[in-house]
Structures are given as structure tokens and as C-alpha cells.
Write a protein that binds this ligand. Structure first.
Ligand SMILES: *Cc1c(COP(=O)(O)O)cnc(C)c1O
Length: 419
């Protein structure tokens, strides 16, 4: 990686090995996602990106272009594309839809259901739908949306649309922890999948990946060929230049760890997350995330309303911030009656002993808050926000753009929404 700091990934003529290594990563990731194979070998095509956000922008562009081409060929209007997705999507989906002028059609969560309902999802599809987004591991609770149910409904009802899987986090977890779960190219309606190398792919930021099941789902007019040493290297990215190090890092991890290594790490993380879930449950919290590998190794939890606390999850997040833990508090996606929650993402460096330390500090912070009255909690929260958090210290937002209210997250509020 250090040797590659100076290399510009896009310069295929000068650095053909970087391009070659990227292609090998695409092959390995395609196989991991069960991409179909034809006579010539793997049919899948793909590219490295800066992260899942860029990958998702490219996926949306490919779906939109392909839909437009089909509509043009059929002599039908193609000026009102829409995309069907959960209201719990990561903010990059809203960006992709706005930037590329695709109408957002949302399947809303409910106070009991934090993922899309497959029936409702398929009902939203119409002739202007470019595709459906299914999330493998939502940002809020880490739960896997039911790609198979959506796929099977589309086939049963003979609906002609495609599925993109946002496997930003789940792409490097599910294949190792729950290999029998059908969410990937084993489902015939799934045409593209993105994943983040810098999340459970275990590489430094930023690297992401996007893979299409076959070239027909990535329209030619979006791909630019850059000729090097007589061989064409296809390029489909938003940015031209980028460093080559991250691709090298991904290749290293894939080769060094192998399936065996990733499985060992992801299974261990799942065990740690289960341990944290069980311990928090014993402390009286309600667990909103899945256990036993049925979701990402993360724990989403909230207070039991029966405990009638005089403070909320944001107060606990601030108290923990005072002890140097950055445990974000969120307000759940819209239409969930403003459910509040805390979320701990179990990363590779979160050992069981660190987990025990966190549990100790949660217990301590709850005790402290229990003994404080409302007025002092508020004052304390403001103090921590101003002195212990970075968002309290820096005013990095230009005043003109503060209190953004046009996006789902701007409207429902996310992370440290205090003051
Ligand atoms: C993190 C995340 C993204 C964005 O990925 P980046 O790699 O940070 O660009 C998109 N979707 C989901 C579900 C995510 O968790």
C-alpha cells in the first residue's frame, strides 16, 4: 500500500498491475456473491469505487439508462423514472436519486418493522420503476431485508423490473456467517450488488465495489475504454483519478485472509455482538437488532418504556461521550412514532474485554442519570456537547446550510441531535 501512495489508479498505461489486481478482486467478489458462470467463465463485470456511495451512484445510473433504453425501443415515454426503496436507506440513495433525477418511492418502516415489507415493495413498482433497492444490513438495526421474498414476488407476478442489493456492510458478513441465506446473484432478479471494502471488507477507507451479474445490465454507453498496451481497460467511475493503495489493500486482505480468515473474524464479531445483546437485555434494554448472524454484528437498543426514565437515549449517548465512547443515538426512520435508539457497531477491533468495559460504563452512566433531575441532565448534556464533542466545538457547516430539512435524515434527525 505504501509503495502505491504515488500511483494514480486510472493511469492504466503506467500502472497496469493495479488494474489487473482490481480485476482479480472483482472476480473474487463476484464469485463470493455467486455470480453466474457462462462458457467463457464468469459473466460478472464490476469495478472498484471510493466506497459504496459511488458504487450506488453507478448502479442507479446503470438501472436508469437500461430502463430508458428499453422504453425508447418500445416507443414509450422515459422522462419519469422512479426507484423503490426503504425509508431506512443510507443517505447516499437520496443523493443518487436527487443528483440523477429519479423519483424516490418509499416503503416506510413501522414501529414494529424496521425493514421493507416485500408485498408493499412490489406493489409500488410501476412501468416507470428503474429498479428496487434491497438493503443487506440496514444502517439503523443491521437487519437483512428479504431479497428472496421480493425476487419471488416479482417472478410470481411476472413483473419486469430488477433488484439492486445494497450490501455495503452485509456483503462481507453474510457469505461467511449465513452462507445459505439467498440474497445475492442466486436470485435471478438481482442484477447488481455493491459492498464497502472499508467496512467489513477490512480495508482502510476508501474502497468500495460494484458488481453486475452480466454486461447486459451495464449499458455500453456508460463505459469508457481506456487503451493501454493494446488492451482495453473499461472504466465506469464518477471520478477520474484516485490512489491505487486501497485496491492493493483489498487484494491483500482477500488473499491473506481467504474465506477461512473472513469466516473466523465475522463469526467472532457475531459472537461478541450476541454477548453484548444478551448483557444489555439483562440490564433491562430492549434489543432492536437481530442475533445469531441473522443481521449484521451490531446491537441496536433502547430503554424499555416501562422503566419510565426521565431522560432519553440521546442523554445516555451524551453521558457515554463524556467517558469517550462514541455511541450514536438515532431517531428511527420516519413513520416509526419517533422511536429512539442507540447503536453499537461491532468492528474487528472491538474485543470482548472492550465490550465488558463498555457495559460497565453504560451501567455507570445509567446510574448517574437516574440520580440526576431533568434540569441538571439538560445542563450536563449541553456541557458535554460543547466541551467533549467535536460537533459542539467546530462550526463546520456554513450557516446557509444548517438545519437541512429536505432529506429523510434531515427531517427525522440522526446522531447527537441535541440543542
Ligand atoms: C455505509 C453505507 C453506505 C455508504 O457506503 P460508503 O462506503 O460509506 O460510501 C450505503 N449503504 C449502506 C447500507 C451503508 O451501510
Amino acid at each position: 500500500m505504501t509503495e502505491s501512495f504515488s500511483k494514480n489508479f486510472i493511469d492504466y498505461e503506467e500502472y497496469p498491475q493495479s488494474a489487473d489486481i482490481q480485476n482479480r478482486c472483482v472476480s473474487m467478489i463476484g464469485r463470493l456473491f455467486n455470480a453466474p458462470v457462462n462458457e467463457e467463465g464468469a459473466a460478472a463485470v464490476g469495478t472498484s469505487t471510493v466506497g459504496s456511495s459511488e458504487a450506488i451512484m453507478l448502479a442507479v445510473l446503470a438501472m436508469k439508462k437500461r430502463w430508458q433504453n428499453q422504453r425508447k425501443d418500445a416507443g414509450k415515454p422515459f422522462d419519469k423514472p422512479n426507484i423503490v426503496m426503504s425509508s431506512a436507506v443510507q443517505v447516499c440513495w437520496e443523493k443518487a436519486a436527487r443528483y440523477f433525477e429519479v423519483e424516490e418511492k418509499y416503503v416506510f418502516c413501522t414501529p414494529e418493522r424496521y425493514i421493507i415489507d416485500p408485498v408493499e415493495t412490489v406493489e409500488l413498482v410501476d412501468e416507470n420503476t428503474i429498479g428496487i433497492c434491497v438493503i443487506l444490513g440496514t444502517t439503523y438495526t443491521g437487519e437483512y431485508e428479504d431479497a428472496k421474498a421480493v425476487n419471488d414476488l416479482l417472478i410470481k407476478k411476472n413483473i419486469d423490473t430488477v433488484i439492486h442489493i445494497d450490501a455495503a456492510s452485509g456483503g462481507f458478513v453474510a457469505p461467511f456467517v449465513v452462507p445459505d441465506l439467498e440474497w445475492d446473484f442466486r436470485l435471478e432478479k438481482v442484477v447488481s450488488i455493491n459492498t464497502s471494502g472499508h467496512k467489513y471488507g477490512l480495508v482502510y477507507p476508501g474502497v468500495g465495489w460494484i458488481v453486475w451479474r452480466a454486461p447486459e445490465y451495464l449499458p455500453k454507453e456508460l463505459v469508457f475504454n481506456i487503451n493501454y498496451l493494446g488492451a482495453d481497460q473499461a472504466s465506469f467511475t464518477l471520478n477520474f483519478s484516485k490512489g491505487a493503495s486501497q485496491v492493493i489493500g483489498q487484494y491483500y486482505q482477500l488473499i491473506r485472509l481467504g474465506k477461512h480468515g473472513y469466516r473466523a473474524i465475522m463469526t467472532n464479531l457475531t459472537r461478541t455482538a450476541d454477548y453484548l445483546s444478551d448483557s444489555l437485555e439483562q440490564l433491562g434494554f430492549i434489543i432492536m437488532s437481530k442475533k445469531a448472524g441473522e443481521g449484521l454484528p451490531l446491537v441496536a437498543f433502547r430503554f424499555d418504556p416501562k422503566s419510565e426514565k426521565h431522560y432519553d437515549e440521546f442523554a445516555l449517548a451524551h453521558q457515554l461521550r463524556g467517558r469517550s465512547w462514541v455511541v450514536p443515538a438515532y431517531t428511527m426512520a420516519p413513520h416509526t412514532k419517533d422511536l429512539k435508539m442507540l447503536r453499537v457497531v461491532v468492528r474487528e477491533d472491538f474485543s470482548k474485554s472492550r465490550c465488558d468495559q463498555l457495559l460497565c460504563d453504560i451501567k455507570l452512566c445509567v446510574q448517574v442519570l437516574d440520580e440526576m433531575d431533568k434540569e441538571s441532565i439538560k445542563k450536563n448534556q449541553e456541557y458535554i456537547h460543547a466541551h467533549s464533542t467535536h460537533s459542539g466545538k467546530s462550526r463546520h457547516n456554513h450557516p446557509h446550510y444548517r438545519k437541512e430539512g429536505h432529506s429523510l435524515q434531515g427531517k427525522t434527525g440522526k446522531t447527537h441531535a441535541v440543542c
